[in-house]
Design a binder for this molecule. Sequence first.
Ligand SMILES: [Zn+2]
Length: 483
Amino acid sequence: MPDQFDNKRQRLEIWDTRWKSLDGVMDDLTRADSRSILRSPSRQETLRCIVKCLRAFTRSQFEFFRTGFENYWTQKSLHPLEPEYPADSVFGAILDQAASDLEVIQRAADQRAQGSAMVRKALVKADNYAFEVLKPAITGGLLPNGTTVVTYLQKTPAVQVIPYAPVALIGIPFTCVPPTDSEDMKKVARNYLSIPHEVGHYVFWHGYSKVKSERIHNYIARVTPRNPAWCSKWIEEIFADVYGCLFGDPAIALSCQDMQLEYALSKFVESDGEHPNPAVRPYIYQQVLAAKGDVDLAERLRKRWESLLQERDVDGEIILPGNLRSAVSEVIQSVTESQNVTVNAEASSAGAGAKAESAKKAGAKAEAAKKPVNRVIDAAYNLLPRPNGAAPESPAVADMEDVYNKFGDHLVLVGDNSSDLDKKLPELDCSLIPEIGSTDLWIDAIKKSDSSVKLALPQDVWVRVLQAGGWTNKGGGGNPKIT
Ligand SMILES: [Zn+2]
């Protein structure tokens, strides 16, 4: 009579069939012949190569867990993931995530193949602008050479975290498509300003700190110990804001303010648990702008934001993650008061000497522990390379529309200089990837280890292989699609 372990093993057949379905779809997409469904006039090789990597990676994940469960069940014992994560939840997480990635890749291809001339124009622009923002992380040694980007249109900005290919898959809003002709690109330019923040998320997950073996998300958490829990939940978003503001156009700081105004008042003072409250988030941008040397614009934006806060009558309490309540002024202080960023701003604006800087640093050190958001800003700012060239010039006119116009002028030129090899968007070439489906994460070695090693793995390791550096959103904690 079959026992529970025989029944469990029998259920594996359902998942084998599901994997075969998905595998077949991916196989069709990667064909180079005329039967391929993936026919995109641009980025075709890159898109096809991403599917190849996804397919190999999903296979290795599926087989690792399939063999893992089966080995335990053959010995009539439960797998370390059970009962918390039953096999169905594990295979469901793997195949759902693979399908979600596939949907994005297919969408990116379809939009390039079937989109209107304006849709295609928007995607070329977005690919090139995203690469322009990503490039400092490559030249600064945080990301490997050859890392590239692919954008696609969808309802909201987002980044799809994929551990198996050096590609930032970035969702951009449909409002990036110029309405009638490419002359309108300037009018829609501001809608591209979500891109630098999304690139920041990519760098957060995939970048390495200067200590080569440490990923940036681990590094930032390590160098900002004893953060209050509410601030720890914001680390990724703060990093993405700092990155976006450092390497995006200064207009991003203005766009951040405008985006926060889209929230109803109740949401304006609340945190969704991941993003800093809309009422205080613009201060992060003002800090970075000032540190970058754009002190004048930072100051004008600070004043603009203060008057908008007054207009909205925000002067009481705001709600932090974990349902904690705090005075708005205190949270603003936790963002704005710092030794490093403020000092850098003064140094670049007034030419303050190194001596004054170090004295101020020492004096502010004790205070720093009380300013958790600022500590994260500093950690991110100090890790990242400095933007090339002189500090950006603020538009001379006080009208904020000019800040957007200036970015529009820049965006119109992005990607048009195709002869400039240095700015050329790299394509992913599967023939140059030594091992398709590998991730450069420690989980690759675990998956290749002997069966005796695998049988001794604790639950925590199984969970982390399943999460695969933020790939799956099930099985305890990753976050594949981040806004
Ligand atoms: Zn974000």
